[in-house]
Design a protein around this ligand. Structure first.
Ligand SMILES: [Zn+2]
Length: 347
């Protein structure tokens, strides 16, 4: 793969990069260093970050130090938090930390301490979105990867609640409902002895009770009206001619710069299945190959899988895709094929 092709595949988050880098790590080193400094998910909120993907590419090189240093430096210099960059860098560094890199763990810890201090001192919320607080909340979720870290973070959040009345359970609820339930008994026991933990439990439970009441109210209000599949299908057929659909899809250039019309067209093709229409197989391949959005790639892949149009080569590539769901889907299909092959060989 030449460097230009590699760059495109890298930005798409495709597993082909892994095979290229494992053969010649030095050839692509500069681009992987770039990837260690920049968040390049197409839509981080839907796809998640590409931390595992980049971590795996870095692992093909003998010396991971320059990559870890690049990511640590980028996180230290990162001062804006609404763009998912800090989330990505922290996740990436935590992968290296789990392999024993002190430098990686220290860089994330420094960021945590810096933001925690700022949140403690804060006197009022900003006018718009409070990006630092939102990032800190996600950072807590990433760092709480074992019981000890979780309890330490729960203690810090409790102290934040106790010392600053600006915050309520809403801001750190996700950590409580995902990790909290698992360790809730330990938390409650600790709350008897620790004032900070007691604050964490109290605020989280107050928010959960309020949330349940709101959800029940919303359900019974009947305010939410979805469009019916028939309405969506009619809209789709008004917009596209099924006979020339594949040509239409391929005529829209897939580029990162400029307008992203291609993403809307791809999503329209991918929703055909739910409307009882069959998307052209050629369009599904085209989406799989060209999209920069790994969620769309996953949908195209699953539809191709259902229609038995996936080669072993595509599945092997998917094992190293940036999207975790694509990786597990490919793993499952490869396992199934190997079982079938095993059964045939036995006969
Ligand atoms: Zn998409």
């Amino acid at each position: 793969m030449n460097k230009k092709e590699f760059r495109k595949e890298l930005l798409r988050g495709k597993g082909s990069c892994y095979y290229a880098v494992s053969k010649a790590p030095e050839k692509y080193r500069d681009m992987i260093l770039w990837a260690c400094r920049n968040n390049f998910s197409y839509d981080t909120q839907s796809e998640g970050t590409r931390a595992w993907f980049v971590y795996t590419l870095v692992g093909c090189d003998d010396d991971t130090t320059p990559f870890i240093n690049a990511a640590a430096e980028a996180l230290r210099n990162c001062s804006s938090y609404g763009n998912w960059k800090a989330d990505y860098l922290s996740e990436l560094l935590l992968y290296f930390a789990s392999d024993g890199s002190e430098a990686a763990r220290d860089a994330v810890r420094e960021k945590y301490d810096e933001l925690y201090k700022m949140l403690l001192m804060r006197e009022r919320f900003p006018d718009g979105v409070f990006n630092e607080r939102d990032f800190f909340s996600r950072l807590c979720e990433c760092m709480a990867d074992d019981k000890y870290s979780f309890l330490e973070i729960a203690n810090d959040i409790g102290r934040l609640y106790r010392n600053n009345s600006l915050y309520d359970g809403y801001y750190f609820d996700w950590l409580y409902v995902t990790m909290g339930k698992k360790y809730i008994r330990t938390l409650k026991k600790l709350a008897e002895k620790s004032e900070d933990i007691a604050w964490y439990v109290k605020k989280s439970e107050e928010y959960e009770a309020e949330e349940q009441r709101r959800r029940a109210e919303w359900k019974s209000s009947g305010k939410f009206k979805r469009r019916t599949p028939e309405e969506i299908k009619e809209e789709f057929l008004n917009e596209y001619d099924l006979d020339t659909l594949d040509d239409t899809v391929k005529s829209v250039p897939v580029k990162l710069r400029g307008e992203h019309d291609w993403h809307g067209v791809h999503m329209d093709v991918l929703k055909m299945e739910s409307l009882g229409l069959k998307a052209p197989v050629a369009s599904l391949y085209h989406i799989y190959d060209s999209t920069y959005c790994s969620c769309c790639r996953e949908h195209a892949l699953r539809q191709l899988g259902k229609r038995r149009k996936l080669s072993n080569e595509i599945l092997q590539e998917c094992l190293y895709d940036c999207n975790e769901d694509i990786r597990s889907y490919a793993k499952k299909l490869i396992g199934r094929r190997e079982n079938i092959r095993g059964d045939i060989n036995e006969k």
